[in-house]
Design a protein around this ligand. Sequence first.
Ligand code: HEM
Length: 501
Amino acid sequence: MWNMFLLETLVSVLLGFALFSLIDAFGRKRKNREPPLIKGWIPYIGKALEFGRDPSRFLAALKKEYGDIFTVRIAGKYITFIMNPNLYPAVIKHGKQLDFHEFSDQVSPRTFGYPCIRSSKFPGLDDQIQRSYQLLKGENLNTLAQSMVENLELVLQQDHHTQGSQWRTDELYGFCCRVMFEATFMTLYGQPSQGSRHTHIAALTEKFKKFDAVLPLLIAGVPISLLGAAKAAREELKRFLLPQRLASMLAPSRFIQDRVNMFEQYHMLGDLDKAGHHFTILWASVGNTVPATFWAVYHLLMQPEALDAVREEIRCVLLPSQQEVGSNVVPILTRERMDRLLLLDSAVSESLRLSAASMNIRVAQEDFTLLLAPDLPVDLRQGDIVALYPQIMHMDPEIFEEPQSYRFDRFVEDGQQKRKFGKSDQKLTYCCMPFGSGSTKCPGRYLAMLEIKQFLCLILLCFEVELLDPQKQVGLDQSRAGLGILLPDTHVSFRYRCRPM
Ligand code: HEM
């Protein structure tokens, strides 16, 4: 009886699959000026599994076989990849027919838990949100930078001060996460009404890590209710950002204050929806910054000559006289001084080049011809996705000599910042894109670079820091490929102590 039932089920599944394949065989066919089409043999899923395993390797193999432009079916979507960075400007500047928000409107609300705001229920809200990003630049950035450095000093001083010659050991990613999470949180959302630190911050950081770990699954469309403790973690994080709670915090950034006021105008948004928006910003502000900070520290610790050169530059620029810095001397970390740290800037950019794997996505709003170059028209269909995958460019030996190696001074030339690189005798408009591109480029990029550099300055000047096992191989965990900065694939232990006076 049981066997009969199993057999019946198997036959229905096979018949269903055969039917699906048959329909699929009559499905999309490549038309004349469309790019080569790679559908894979599994209906709907297409090449999703191979792509998910290691996108960079998968795309590099397809590029070898099909050239610079091809369309791949991935989980029911048709994605046209543009692999040659010389062609990127044509995609990035093509704002009208290639839209970013259609994609983010689908993904963000279900990931962070709020209703889609680009609807008639919330007139003008999207424009106001875009305008609020201005508050992450200019004069406001000076204030944010000042507040961030004070918060970093507070956390490092209170939690990580060591006595005398005593070493403390820790795990590097966890260390970066705890310090950056708390300092960023206070910088953006403000201080508690009582005491100098939020009492639940350690628990909150753990909840954040839990949520962050399932982010790729959420973005892929897996319902949060199937993801164990992640749902409770998200709800708890959101509850911490409810309007009445935010109202009790002291000295929030203008950026967050502006958003609080903006959401108050929309009565159709419930308190938890507003908290969902604040939570999105919390994730955006630390989700990539923490791994980026980890890699910036890790690479420097792995290369003593880089560490010495960067530390020497920091010392020369930031310390008023040739004094040594110890736990009681605070270096002057104004934005103007930070901007003079060329080697530090280059070292951070280099670690971003090696660890960034975000996919830049646009959706075709109608059937149209995308002119990638005067003699390179490509037909696209409405709903098709056009994607750039800059990680391949970051690893292109024609652009970056020995791309796998970490060269801390790669972005400095003749005492100046070097931003121009070329390929096939052509200067590239875009060569390093950890922060995305065009109109959707990360609005927090200036703050992110400043925060990471401030963290490095304080760590390198105030502490002695060493990896415990510098021989250990540390690679990139691919599970977040396509979404931003990749995490390390293993734990890294290190030790630190305050520098002697
Ligand atoms: C190393 C750190 C960071 C990296 C690598 C990074 C990267 C990115 C990327 C790749 C995007 C999408 C851009 C696109 O699709 O074209 C993005 C969007 C965004 N980022 Fe960042 N980011 C970082 C830090 C920050 C910080 C500190 C903030 C501060 C609030 C922030 C706020 C945002 C926001 C609000 C968006 C959405 C913009 C929109 O919807 O138009 N990011 N980021």
